[in-house]
Design a protein around this ligand. Sequence first.
Ligand SMILES: Cc1ncc(COP(=O)(O)OP(=O)(O)O)c(N)n1
Ligand SMILES: Cc1ncsc1CCOP(=O)(O)O
Ligand SMILES: [Mg+2]
Length: 209
Amino acid sequence: MADAGAVRGLYAITDATLQPADALLERAEAVLRGGAAVLQYRDKSQDTPRRRREAAGLLALCRDYGALFVVNDDVDLALYVGAPAVHLGRDDAGLRQARTVLPSGTLIGVSCYNSLARADTLAAAGADYLAFGRAYPSPTKPDAPPVSRDTLAAAVARYRQPVVAIGGITPENAQPLVSLGVDAVAVISGVFAAASPERAAARLAALYH
Ligand SMILES: Cc1ncc(COP(=O)(O)OP(=O)(O)O)c(N)n1
Ligand SMILES: Cc1ncsc1CCOP(=O)(O)O
Ligand SMILES: [Mg+2]
């Protein structure tokens, strides 16, 4: 059974557009070698056989490296591969509904965007971690709503659950967020589009050592 305490440090998120399909696992392994504590599989395609294959491969890698594996959006895929965690946003399954189908002990993280009111509701409903963002302009999701430093700091002070910052985070700009006290920095392009994903991951992970 996973523990929410695992959500601390670099939270890396895959993106199918940032490498050839046959390089996903190799690239993810480099990021785990660099020190990612959490790895989320985020794939917006409808290719169920490929999604199952990739998620199962990433889960096995995460087990080897002692990292927490998270499936984005898709409760059925999480169930299929036996993922220890899922991440749900406002367009995904509801937290309570997901709890009814996932094995007990599965961690459920949620997107709170820039809303402490949404975080209050979801924290009270049993979310295991709370993600806020975008922290900086995001190449991956340019229309994501910005979250202020004040909101992030308020979230850190307010919740017993880990607080995750996401959006536009790189090795160069992550330190102020870590100094605010966020438990994890969630990063797509800052790691997977870097010249050396392993090195970028190591620099981000080192901010928590
Ligand atoms: C750690 C983390 N935080 C936020 C998100 C965004 O989730 P969502 O709002 O459902 O958007 P998509 O990522 O599904 O496009 C996330 N995936 N991970
Ligand atoms: C999924 C998501 N939610 C808010 S910003 C974002 C994308 C993060 O990607 P990047 O690290 O490349 O900005
Ligand atoms: Mg989603």
